[in-house]
Every structure is written in C-alpha cells, then in structure tokens.
Design a protein around this ligand. Sequence first.
Ligand SMILES: C[S@@+](CC[C@H](N)C(=O)[O-])C[C@H]1O[C@@H](n2cnc3c(N)ncnc32)[C@H](O)[C@@H]1O
Length: 180
Amino acid sequence: MVLVILFYALQITLLACAGIFMWTWFSGGPYTPIPHHIMESIVKKIDLQPGQVIYDLGAGDARVLIHACKKYKVTAIGYEINPIVLLVGKLKAALARCGTQVHLVLGDLYKAPLRNADVVFVHLLPHGMRRLSRKLLAELPAGARVVSYGAQIPDLTFVKTITVKKGKLTYPLTAHVYTR
Ligand SMILES: C[S@@+](CC[C@H](N)C(=O)[O-])C[C@H]1O[C@@H](n2cnc3c(N)ncnc32)[C@H](O)[C@@H]1O
C-alpha cells in the first residue's frame, strides 16, 4: 500500500515538474540558471553604481540580484513565475542578508513596471526576447541599459557585447548590452 502511494506521488511530482517546465518554456524560458562565474564576470562589466535599480526579468534563484546587491549595493527587483524557484531565491537572499534590498515578486515578467530601472538583466529564449522587446521600448527610462545573456533582443539600440573567458562548461559566453 505504501509503495502504491509512493508510486503515485512520484508520478504526480514528475508530471508537475514537466508541466512547470513546459509552461515556463512557452512563457519565456525554463529555469536554466546562468553559471556563477559567467554571471559574476558579466555583472562586473556593466558598471553598476550604488543606489541604482537592477531588474532580473525571470529571476530564477535570484543569483544575479543577490550578487549585485552584495557587491555593488544596488536595489534589486526580480520577477519569477515558478513559485518553487522563487522560494529558493527568497531563502538565498535572506541567508545572504539581502532580504531588504532584493525584492522578489511572484509574477509575470511581461507585467513588471520598469519606469525606475537603471539596468534590466534578462536570460530568456529568443521568443521571450521578441515579446519583451516591445515592453522595453515602451517603458524603459532614457539611459537605462538592458543586458541580455545569450539571446539577442530585436529593435533595441545595440551598445556592446560582453565576452567572458571560456571555462570548463559549454555555456554561452556572451551578453549583449542595449539601450532603448
Ligand atoms: C533561463 S532562466 C534565468 C534565471 C536567471 N535569470 C539566471 O540567469 O540565472 C529563465 C527564468 O525565467 C522564468 N520565467 C519564464 N517565463 C516567465 C514569465 N513570463 N514571468 C516570470 N518569469 C518567467 C523561468 O521560470 C526561469 O526561472
């Protein structure tokens, strides 16, 4: 009897995980976090200033925001639709003592208000970038920068590409920086 219950519990868990994966894939991109060493090199090159506001749209476990908050004393805001990943991010932010500077919202990144953004970090699939580009053009304040890890963003003004030294893993090694 216990084995039967465990079998069904496992099946339901696997189905839920597959459902969340598909849902987030269609919505912008599934949870595939940027490796820490690549993230740190990219953030180092975007010249964050204390007090600036950085967004991560599809924040995952908030690694970008926690690092930016600890190292560069910025205010960090993340939108994430996967509640499990969001909870992990909240725990990590609390453990890193960034609970008051890192604000994590359970919600759709396409509905995030961006009028106070200095920097927007994104790491989504190309179809997510296409959808996001309209919003960025409409809402970003003048001078704000968008940093896209991996995919390019159509219609924004390209500023530069940041290239990271190759590590052991085969991950994308470039981020593209844009303004409105
Ligand atoms: C590729 S991961 C990037 C995570 C993090 N930014 C990083 O670089 O480590 C994309 C994240 O976006 C989230 N996501 C996808 N569509 C979303 C949406 N419409 N609104 C909010 N988050 C979304 C996924 O759940 C996933 O955690």
